[in-house]
Design a protein around this ligand. Sequence first.
Ligand code: SF4
Length: 114
Amino acid sequence: MPHPIKAYKLVTWRVNKFFENNPQADMSRSPRKLPSFPKVVDNFRKAVIKDIKGGRKRVTLEEYFARITECTNCVMRQKKRCSHSDCGCWLAKKCWWANEKCPADEPRWTESGV
Ligand code: SF4
């Protein structure tokens, strides 16, 4: 049984590989544009503040895969990242953060579950 931190890294790495090999949920759509770099930095800054204020909680493996499944099947996913203008995050990492939620108007997953 790998150490929990190693297991966490291993799962994240595997999910990234999966997303690389399965670039988009809907290949009939032209690739979506990711938010600009300054916007991604700003979104990430907000997410980090929210994460720290929320006690840096992480979800269970079961919750993580439920979130990853939603992102896998979402047209907003652009390879490893979410192309929503309020996101731009690397999903394999973001989905671990318990205080995060899907940024869509009708979120596919939230802090309280999928
Ligand atoms: S976070 Fe939400 S909008 Fe972004 S790829 Fe995942 S399910 Fe889609």
